[in-house]
Design a protein around this ligand. Structure first.
Ligand SMILES: [Zn+2]
Ligand SMILES: [Zn+2]
Ligand SMILES: [Zn+2]
Length: 403
Protein backbone atom coordinates (compact mmCIF):
# COMPACT_ATOMS: atom_id res chain seq x y z
CA UNK A 1 0.00 0.00 0.00
CA UNK A 2 2.67 2.39 1.09
CA UNK A 3 4.80 2.02 -2.02
CA UNK A 4 1.85 2.64 -4.37
CA UNK A 5 1.03 5.84 -2.55
CA UNK A 6 4.62 7.04 -2.78
CA UNK A 7 4.83 6.34 -6.49
CA UNK A 8 1.71 8.36 -7.11
CA UNK A 9 3.06 11.34 -5.22
CA UNK A 10 6.38 11.13 -7.03
CA UNK A 11 4.67 11.03 -10.41
CA UNK A 12 2.74 14.19 -9.68
CA UNK A 13 5.70 16.15 -8.43
CA UNK A 14 7.77 15.11 -11.43
CA UNK A 15 5.30 16.97 -13.64
CA UNK A 16 5.85 20.03 -11.52
CA UNK A 17 2.43 21.37 -10.68
CA UNK A 18 2.48 25.15 -10.61
CA UNK A 19 5.92 25.35 -12.18
CA UNK A 20 6.77 27.39 -15.27
CA UNK A 21 6.19 25.44 -18.49
CA UNK A 22 9.38 23.59 -19.14
CA UNK A 23 9.66 20.58 -21.41
CA UNK A 24 6.51 19.23 -23.01
CA UNK A 25 4.25 17.44 -20.53
CA UNK A 26 3.97 13.71 -21.05
CA UNK A 27 0.34 13.87 -22.20
CA UNK A 28 1.29 16.37 -24.91
CA UNK A 29 3.76 14.02 -26.56
CA UNK A 30 2.93 13.32 -30.19
CA UNK A 31 0.72 16.41 -30.31
CA UNK A 32 1.57 19.95 -31.35
CA UNK A 33 4.43 21.77 -29.65
CA UNK A 34 3.37 23.54 -26.51
CA UNK A 35 3.30 27.33 -26.52
CA UNK A 36 2.84 29.29 -23.36
CA UNK A 37 0.00 31.64 -24.30
CA UNK A 38 -3.06 32.19 -22.16
CA UNK A 39 -4.85 33.98 -25.03
CA UNK A 40 -5.28 30.81 -27.04
CA UNK A 41 -5.19 28.32 -24.20
CA UNK A 42 -1.62 27.41 -25.30
CA UNK A 43 -2.78 25.97 -28.61
CA UNK A 44 -1.56 28.53 -31.14
CA UNK A 45 -4.92 29.16 -32.79
CA UNK A 46 -8.57 29.49 -31.82
CA UNK A 47 -12.03 29.00 -33.23
CA UNK A 48 -12.91 31.48 -35.99
CA UNK A 49 -15.73 33.60 -34.64
CA UNK A 50 -17.14 34.59 -38.01
CA UNK A 51 -19.41 31.52 -38.17
CA UNK A 52 -22.65 31.39 -36.24
CA UNK A 53 -23.33 28.30 -34.19
CA UNK A 54 -26.67 27.71 -35.93
CA UNK A 55 -25.20 27.82 -39.42
CA UNK A 56 -22.28 25.63 -38.47
CA UNK A 57 -24.86 23.24 -37.07
CA UNK A 58 -26.41 22.89 -40.55
CA UNK A 59 -23.00 22.36 -42.09
CA UNK A 60 -21.78 19.69 -39.68
CA UNK A 61 -25.16 17.97 -39.55
CA UNK A 62 -25.19 17.60 -43.34
CA UNK A 63 -21.93 15.68 -43.42
CA UNK A 64 -20.48 18.50 -45.50
CA UNK A 65 -16.71 18.38 -45.87
CA UNK A 66 -16.55 21.47 -48.11
CA UNK A 67 -18.87 24.45 -48.24
CA UNK A 68 -18.46 27.57 -50.36
CA UNK A 69 -19.85 29.85 -47.64
CA UNK A 70 -17.44 28.54 -45.00
CA UNK A 71 -14.61 28.55 -47.53
CA UNK A 72 -15.40 32.17 -48.35
CA UNK A 73 -14.49 33.37 -44.83
CA UNK A 74 -11.74 35.96 -45.13
CA UNK A 75 -10.56 35.38 -41.57
CA UNK A 76 -9.98 31.61 -41.59
CA UNK A 77 -10.11 30.71 -45.34
CA UNK A 78 -12.52 27.92 -44.47
CA UNK A 79 -10.34 26.19 -41.87
CA UNK A 80 -12.59 27.43 -39.01
CA UNK A 81 -9.39 28.16 -37.07
CA UNK A 82 -8.07 31.65 -36.57
CA UNK A 83 -4.41 32.35 -35.85
CA UNK A 84 -3.63 33.59 -32.35
CA UNK A 85 -1.94 36.97 -32.69
CA UNK A 86 -0.28 36.74 -29.30
CA UNK A 87 1.96 33.79 -29.94
CA UNK A 88 3.72 31.84 -32.61
CA UNK A 89 3.23 28.15 -33.21
CA UNK A 90 4.68 27.18 -36.55
CA UNK A 91 3.31 23.64 -36.60
CA UNK A 92 -0.25 24.80 -36.09
CA UNK A 93 0.10 27.76 -38.44
CA UNK A 94 1.65 25.57 -41.13
CA UNK A 95 -1.12 23.04 -40.84
CA UNK A 96 -3.84 25.71 -41.03
CA UNK A 97 -2.19 27.22 -44.06
CA UNK A 98 -2.01 23.90 -45.88
CA UNK A 99 -5.65 23.16 -45.05
CA UNK A 100 -6.68 26.67 -46.12
CA UNK A 101 -4.81 26.31 -49.41
CA UNK A 102 -6.56 23.03 -50.12
CA UNK A 103 -10.00 24.51 -49.38
CA UNK A 104 -9.28 27.58 -51.52
CA UNK A 105 -8.17 25.36 -54.41
CA UNK A 106 -11.48 23.52 -54.16
CA UNK A 107 -13.43 26.78 -54.10
CA UNK A 108 -11.48 28.18 -57.05
CA UNK A 109 -12.22 25.04 -59.06
CA UNK A 110 -15.98 25.35 -58.32
CA UNK A 111 -15.94 29.05 -59.16
CA UNK A 112 -14.24 28.41 -62.49
CA UNK A 113 -16.04 25.27 -63.59
CA UNK A 114 -19.57 26.12 -62.52
CA UNK A 115 -19.92 29.82 -61.64
CA UNK A 116 -17.75 30.79 -64.60
CA UNK A 117 -20.01 28.82 -66.90
CA UNK A 118 -23.29 30.42 -65.80
CA UNK A 119 -21.84 33.86 -65.13
CA UNK A 120 -22.76 34.32 -61.48
CA UNK A 121 -21.83 33.02 -58.05
CA UNK A 122 -23.83 30.19 -56.52
CA UNK A 123 -23.53 27.96 -53.47
CA UNK A 124 -21.51 24.77 -53.46
CA UNK A 125 -21.05 22.00 -50.94
CA UNK A 126 -19.44 18.61 -50.93
CA UNK A 127 -19.94 15.57 -48.73
CA UNK A 128 -18.40 12.11 -48.78
CA UNK A 129 -20.41 11.02 -51.83
CA UNK A 130 -21.94 14.14 -53.35
CA UNK A 131 -20.78 17.34 -54.97
CA UNK A 132 -23.72 19.72 -54.88
CA UNK A 133 -24.26 23.02 -56.65
CA UNK A 134 -27.33 24.65 -55.24
CA UNK A 135 -29.23 27.73 -56.36
CA UNK A 136 -32.85 27.19 -55.37
CA UNK A 137 -34.97 29.91 -53.82
CA UNK A 138 -35.73 29.68 -50.11
CA UNK A 139 -38.47 27.14 -49.45
CA UNK A 140 -40.81 25.97 -46.72
CA UNK A 141 -39.70 22.71 -45.12
CA UNK A 142 -42.65 21.66 -43.02
CA UNK A 143 -43.54 24.91 -41.31
CA UNK A 144 -40.08 26.41 -41.34
CA UNK A 145 -38.75 28.67 -44.06
CA UNK A 146 -35.30 27.48 -45.11
CA UNK A 147 -32.81 29.86 -46.66
CA UNK A 148 -30.97 28.69 -49.77
CA UNK A 149 -27.94 27.96 -47.63
CA UNK A 150 -29.79 25.89 -45.06
CA UNK A 151 -31.73 24.09 -47.79
CA UNK A 152 -28.51 23.12 -49.55
CA UNK A 153 -27.20 21.42 -46.44
CA UNK A 154 -30.52 19.74 -45.79
CA UNK A 155 -30.44 18.23 -49.29
CA UNK A 156 -26.84 17.16 -48.91
CA UNK A 157 -27.78 15.35 -45.72
CA UNK A 158 -30.75 13.71 -47.43
CA UNK A 159 -28.60 12.55 -50.35
CA UNK A 160 -26.12 10.89 -48.03
CA UNK A 161 -28.95 9.21 -46.12
CA UNK A 162 -30.49 8.03 -49.40
CA UNK A 163 -27.23 6.59 -50.62
CA UNK A 164 -26.72 4.79 -47.30
CA UNK A 165 -30.22 3.30 -47.58
CA UNK A 166 -29.59 2.28 -51.19
CA UNK A 167 -26.41 0.49 -50.15
CA UNK A 168 -28.16 -1.19 -47.27
CA UNK A 169 -31.22 -2.35 -49.21
CA UNK A 170 -29.28 -3.62 -52.22
CA UNK A 171 -26.42 -4.86 -50.02
CA UNK A 172 -23.87 -3.11 -52.19
CA UNK A 173 -20.29 -3.20 -50.92
CA UNK A 174 -18.46 0.14 -50.99
CA UNK A 175 -16.08 -1.02 -53.72
CA UNK A 176 -19.03 -1.46 -56.09
CA UNK A 177 -20.14 2.17 -55.67
CA UNK A 178 -16.81 3.97 -55.92
CA UNK A 179 -17.76 7.37 -57.35
CA UNK A 180 -19.20 10.63 -56.15
CA UNK A 181 -22.37 11.97 -57.75
CA UNK A 182 -22.45 15.52 -59.12
CA UNK A 183 -25.78 17.24 -58.51
CA UNK A 184 -26.84 20.66 -59.79
CA UNK A 185 -30.09 22.26 -58.63
CA UNK A 186 -31.21 25.48 -60.32
CA UNK A 187 -33.96 28.04 -59.95
CA UNK A 188 -33.17 29.50 -63.35
CA UNK A 189 -33.90 27.85 -66.71
CA UNK A 190 -30.98 29.51 -68.39
CA UNK A 191 -28.51 28.10 -65.85
CA UNK A 192 -30.06 24.67 -66.30
CA UNK A 193 -29.50 24.83 -70.06
CA UNK A 194 -25.86 25.83 -69.60
CA UNK A 195 -25.25 23.12 -67.02
CA UNK A 196 -27.08 20.40 -68.97
CA UNK A 197 -25.12 21.15 -72.11
CA UNK A 198 -21.77 21.31 -70.35
CA UNK A 199 -22.06 18.55 -67.76
CA UNK A 200 -24.32 16.02 -69.48
CA UNK A 201 -23.68 16.86 -73.09
CA UNK A 202 -27.40 17.03 -73.73
CA UNK A 203 -29.86 19.84 -74.31
CA UNK A 204 -32.34 20.53 -71.58
CA UNK A 205 -35.93 19.34 -71.66
CA UNK A 206 -38.36 18.82 -68.80
CA UNK A 207 -37.15 19.13 -65.25
CA UNK A 208 -33.82 17.37 -65.26
CA UNK A 209 -31.09 15.63 -67.23
CA UNK A 210 -28.88 12.78 -66.12
CA UNK A 211 -25.57 11.53 -67.31
CA UNK A 212 -25.22 7.90 -66.37
CA UNK A 213 -22.52 5.30 -66.62
CA UNK A 214 -18.97 6.32 -65.84
CA UNK A 215 -19.96 9.75 -64.51
CA UNK A 216 -22.99 10.14 -62.29
CA UNK A 217 -24.42 13.59 -62.87
CA UNK A 218 -27.85 15.07 -62.51
CA UNK A 219 -28.78 18.64 -63.23
CA UNK A 220 -32.32 19.86 -62.61
CA UNK A 221 -34.45 22.97 -62.52
CA UNK A 222 -37.07 23.50 -59.88
CA UNK A 223 -40.26 24.07 -61.87
CA UNK A 224 -43.20 24.66 -59.60
CA UNK A 225 -45.74 23.37 -62.10
CA UNK A 226 -44.14 19.94 -61.78
CA UNK A 227 -42.57 19.94 -58.34
CA UNK A 228 -44.85 21.70 -55.88
CA UNK A 229 -42.88 21.75 -52.67
CA UNK A 230 -40.05 20.36 -50.58
CA UNK A 231 -41.69 16.95 -50.22
CA UNK A 232 -42.07 16.59 -53.97
CA UNK A 233 -38.53 17.77 -54.51
CA UNK A 234 -37.13 15.32 -51.98
CA UNK A 235 -38.96 12.46 -53.70
CA UNK A 236 -37.83 13.68 -57.09
CA UNK A 237 -34.18 13.74 -56.04
CA UNK A 238 -34.34 10.33 -54.39
CA UNK A 239 -35.79 8.88 -57.61
CA UNK A 240 -33.15 10.40 -59.83
CA UNK A 241 -30.20 9.62 -57.60
CA UNK A 242 -31.37 6.01 -57.42
CA UNK A 243 -31.09 5.90 -61.23
CA UNK A 244 -27.55 7.27 -60.97
CA UNK A 245 -26.57 4.71 -58.35
CA UNK A 246 -27.95 1.73 -60.27
CA UNK A 247 -25.97 2.73 -63.33
CA UNK A 248 -22.89 3.61 -61.26
CA UNK A 249 -22.75 0.21 -59.58
CA UNK A 250 -19.80 -1.66 -61.03
CA UNK A 251 -19.74 -2.35 -63.92
CA UNK A 252 -20.86 1.12 -65.09
CA UNK A 253 -23.80 0.71 -67.41
CA UNK A 254 -27.26 2.19 -67.84
CA UNK A 255 -29.62 -0.78 -68.09
CA UNK A 256 -32.53 1.54 -68.96
CA UNK A 257 -31.43 1.39 -72.58
CA UNK A 258 -30.81 -2.37 -72.54
CA UNK A 259 -34.49 -3.37 -72.37
CA UNK A 260 -34.38 -3.42 -68.59
CA UNK A 261 -36.47 -0.33 -67.94
CA UNK A 262 -38.54 -2.36 -65.48
CA UNK A 263 -35.60 -2.62 -63.05
CA UNK A 264 -34.17 0.82 -63.83
CA UNK A 265 -37.46 2.65 -63.24
CA UNK A 266 -38.68 0.08 -60.70
CA UNK A 267 -35.79 0.70 -58.31
CA UNK A 268 -36.07 4.49 -58.68
CA UNK A 269 -39.77 4.30 -57.79
CA UNK A 270 -39.08 1.85 -54.98
CA UNK A 271 -36.92 4.42 -53.19
CA UNK A 272 -39.57 7.10 -53.66
CA UNK A 273 -41.99 4.68 -52.07
CA UNK A 274 -39.62 4.08 -49.15
CA UNK A 275 -39.69 7.83 -48.51
CA UNK A 276 -43.42 8.48 -48.17
CA UNK A 277 -45.21 5.69 -50.02
CA UNK A 278 -45.76 7.84 -53.07
CA UNK A 279 -44.26 7.62 -56.54
CA UNK A 280 -44.57 10.82 -58.53
CA UNK A 281 -41.35 11.15 -60.49
CA UNK A 282 -40.99 10.46 -64.18
CA UNK A 283 -37.66 11.13 -65.81
CA UNK A 284 -37.07 12.91 -69.03
CA UNK A 285 -36.24 9.56 -70.57
CA UNK A 286 -39.60 8.28 -69.54
CA UNK A 287 -42.15 9.51 -72.05
CA UNK A 288 -45.23 10.03 -69.99
CA UNK A 289 -48.29 12.06 -70.72
CA UNK A 290 -50.23 11.48 -67.56
CA UNK A 291 -47.56 12.53 -65.08
CA UNK A 292 -49.33 11.62 -61.92
CA UNK A 293 -50.69 8.09 -62.22
CA UNK A 294 -53.28 7.56 -59.44
CA UNK A 295 -51.82 10.40 -57.40
CA UNK A 296 -48.67 8.38 -56.91
CA UNK A 297 -50.43 5.95 -54.56
CA UNK A 298 -49.82 2.70 -56.39
CA UNK A 299 -50.53 -0.29 -54.15
CA UNK A 300 -54.32 -0.24 -54.53
CA UNK A 301 -54.39 0.31 -58.32
CA UNK A 302 -51.73 -2.36 -58.86
CA UNK A 303 -53.72 -4.84 -56.81
CA UNK A 304 -56.88 -3.95 -58.70
CA UNK A 305 -55.10 -4.48 -62.03
CA UNK A 306 -53.76 -7.85 -60.97
CA UNK A 307 -57.18 -8.93 -59.71
CA UNK A 308 -58.90 -7.82 -62.90
CA UNK A 309 -56.38 -9.70 -65.05
CA UNK A 310 -56.45 -6.77 -67.45
CA UNK A 311 -52.83 -6.13 -67.11
CA UNK A 312 -49.81 -5.95 -69.39
CA UNK A 313 -47.80 -9.16 -69.08
CA UNK A 314 -44.39 -9.18 -67.44
CA UNK A 315 -43.04 -10.53 -70.73
CA UNK A 316 -44.23 -7.35 -72.46
CA UNK A 317 -43.07 -4.87 -69.80
CA UNK A 318 -39.70 -6.53 -69.29
CA UNK A 319 -38.53 -6.06 -72.85
CA UNK A 320 -38.89 -2.28 -72.88
CA UNK A 321 -36.40 0.48 -72.32
CA UNK A 322 -37.05 2.99 -69.57
CA UNK A 323 -38.29 5.55 -72.09
CA UNK A 324 -40.80 3.10 -73.57
CA UNK A 325 -42.80 2.18 -70.50
CA UNK A 326 -46.05 4.02 -69.86
CA UNK A 327 -47.49 5.32 -66.56
CA UNK A 328 -49.37 2.16 -65.67
CA UNK A 329 -46.30 0.07 -66.48
CA UNK A 330 -44.25 2.27 -64.19
CA UNK A 331 -46.51 1.20 -61.35
CA UNK A 332 -45.99 -2.44 -62.32
CA UNK A 333 -42.21 -1.96 -62.58
CA UNK A 334 -42.25 -0.53 -59.07
CA UNK A 335 -44.25 -3.48 -57.83
CA UNK A 336 -41.96 -6.10 -59.44
CA UNK A 337 -38.99 -4.56 -57.64
CA UNK A 338 -41.01 -4.14 -54.44
CA UNK A 339 -41.69 -7.88 -54.55
CA UNK A 340 -38.09 -8.83 -55.28
CA UNK A 341 -36.86 -6.77 -52.33
CA UNK A 342 -39.65 -7.28 -49.81
CA UNK A 343 -41.63 -10.34 -50.92
CA UNK A 344 -41.90 -13.17 -48.38
CA UNK A 345 -40.78 -15.87 -50.82
CA UNK A 346 -38.44 -18.66 -49.81
CA UNK A 347 -35.61 -19.14 -52.28
CA UNK A 348 -32.43 -21.15 -51.73
CA UNK A 349 -30.53 -19.40 -54.51
CA UNK A 350 -31.30 -16.00 -52.95
CA UNK A 351 -30.02 -17.35 -49.63
CA UNK A 352 -26.89 -18.55 -51.37
CA UNK A 353 -26.33 -15.07 -52.83
CA UNK A 354 -26.58 -13.71 -49.30
CA UNK A 355 -29.95 -11.98 -49.37
CA UNK A 356 -32.56 -10.27 -51.52
CA UNK A 357 -30.47 -7.18 -52.19
CA UNK A 358 -27.55 -9.29 -53.37
CA UNK A 359 -29.82 -11.39 -55.59
CA UNK A 360 -31.16 -8.26 -57.27
CA UNK A 361 -27.60 -7.05 -57.82
CA UNK A 362 -26.75 -10.40 -59.43
CA UNK A 363 -29.70 -9.89 -61.78
CA UNK A 364 -28.59 -6.32 -62.54
CA UNK A 365 -25.07 -7.48 -63.40
CA UNK A 366 -26.50 -9.95 -65.91
CA UNK A 367 -28.57 -7.15 -67.47
CA UNK A 368 -25.51 -4.91 -67.57
CA UNK A 369 -23.77 -7.64 -69.56
CA UNK A 370 -26.51 -7.04 -72.18
CA UNK A 371 -28.29 -10.28 -71.51
CA UNK A 372 -32.09 -10.50 -71.32
CA UNK A 373 -34.36 -10.39 -68.27
CA UNK A 374 -34.89 -14.14 -68.58
CA UNK A 375 -31.18 -14.76 -67.85
CA UNK A 376 -31.16 -12.17 -65.07
CA UNK A 377 -34.07 -13.80 -63.23
CA UNK A 378 -32.52 -17.19 -63.68
CA UNK A 379 -29.13 -16.09 -62.29
CA UNK A 380 -30.60 -14.19 -59.35
CA UNK A 381 -33.55 -16.37 -58.41
CA UNK A 382 -33.57 -19.54 -60.48
CA UNK A 383 -36.98 -18.51 -61.86
CA UNK A 384 -38.22 -18.19 -65.39
CA UNK A 385 -40.34 -15.09 -66.18
CA UNK A 386 -43.63 -16.99 -65.86
CA UNK A 387 -42.77 -18.37 -62.45
CA UNK A 388 -41.70 -14.91 -61.32
CA UNK A 389 -44.92 -13.36 -62.57
CA UNK A 390 -47.09 -15.95 -60.81
CA UNK A 391 -45.29 -15.48 -57.51
CA UNK A 392 -45.46 -11.71 -57.81
CA UNK A 393 -49.22 -11.76 -58.55
CA UNK A 394 -49.92 -14.06 -55.65
CA UNK A 395 -47.99 -11.75 -53.29
CA UNK A 396 -49.70 -8.61 -54.55
CA UNK A 397 -53.18 -10.13 -54.12
CA UNK A 398 -52.32 -11.36 -50.64
CA UNK A 399 -50.55 -8.30 -49.24
CA UNK A 400 -51.54 -5.10 -51.09
CA UNK A 401 -54.49 -3.15 -49.66
CA UNK A 402 -57.84 -3.46 -51.42
CA UNK A 403 -58.50 0.27 -51.01
ZN1 LIG B 1 -1.71 32.25 -28.49
ZN1 LIG C 1 -13.96 31.75 -40.59
ZN1 LIG D 1 -37.02 7.53 -63.55
Amino acid sequence: MMSTFLLAVLAVSAHGIGQKPGPKPVDQQGKDPYVNCPYCNHVGDKVCKKHSKAKMGWVTDSGSIRCSVVAGCKTCRGTLREDCKHCENQTVEGRNKAKGDEIQAWLAERRTTVDGLIGHKVLHAESRWFRLTFDLKPMMVGRVRYSTYRLMHLYLKRFEAHRALFQEVLQVPMRDLPDKCDIYMWRDGRDQVFAATKFTGMGSSGVGIKLMGLHSRYTMQFIRRQIRNDEDLHRHMVHNIAHLLVSQMIPHQWIGKLKAGWIDAGIAHYFEFKLDEKCTTYCWQEVVKETNFKGGKWLVPVRRKVASRQIPSFAAVSTKNTDQIGPEEHALAFSYVHFLLEGDFENDLVKKHGGKGRALCVAIRVLKAKRPTRDALSAGYGWNPLVFEEKWKEWVLRTYPVR
